[in-house]
Design a protein around this ligand. Sequence first.
Ligand code: SAM
Length: 268
Amino acid sequence: MDDDGVAHGFTSVDAQARPSAWVGVLERLSAEPFYAAYKQRLRELLRAAPGGLFLEVGAGTGEAAAALRSRDGAEVVAVDSSLTMAGRARERGLPCAVADGHQLPFPAARFDGVWADRVLQHVAEPARVLAELLRVVRPGGRVALADPDYGTQVLDIGDEELARRVLGFRADVALRNGTLAHRHAGMLAAHGLRDITVEARTLVVRDPSAVDRVMGLRTWAHTAASRGRLDPVDADRFTDRFDDAVRTGRFTYAVTFFLTAGTLPPPD
Ligand SMILES: C[S@@+](CC[C@H](N)C(=O)[O-])C[C@H]1O[C@@H](n2cnc3c(N)ncnc32)[C@H](O)[C@@H]1O
């Protein structure tokens, strides 16, 4: 299992061998302090107020959407392309449509704000999904995006060259849009958004046992090898180096998440 989807698990949760396992991945991650903190900040960036109507696209289990509703008193609607995820979100009492972010089933200017958290990295056409997000927000409304940018990764396992190759696979092959997040602000600017802010949060992993059931860092080299992107001998060497680095206390992995928000221009 892997946080954001070996074999693009999160591009098609319902097609995976055990879709419910992906629900567990999201629930474990959102309980991690790093994730809980950035997700709370992302919700703040929406500037939700009681009576407002907000949309989360790619809402997963609906945990964040439910939190926005209960803490800020806003009405929240969720959308996810996975029936499994939507089912979990509905168990929380959230209205959740099974729909594709490329074509949202809502009229224009319907919401006071919209957000997508760790979703654009997975979609086929991120520019189209962003255009849809913006279409359904009213003038003066808010949009907030979050994603890790795998172009920012570093890993110390005592072999920089091998680490870079495996991290490169993660950034450029394993994810559709693994290095897009630092360009979210530019995408919003191109749509004429105002008041654009970018905040960076770096996830630092020193003890992979704490996150590896969900991030699967240790498995990335073997995934690369299984896809013909790395020699299996190098994949074994990566795992050996990884374990050695953990044992000797040298292991350090980091990746930066970008939280980007903006305001749609008010009506003329
Ligand atoms: C990494 S999960 C993040 C879920 C949630 N936002 C969170 O932060 O916990 C990505 C979610 O996006 C959904 N997803 C992927 N592609 C989508 C698309 N084209 N339209 C809508 N949802 C999509 C997946 O089913 C999954 O629930």
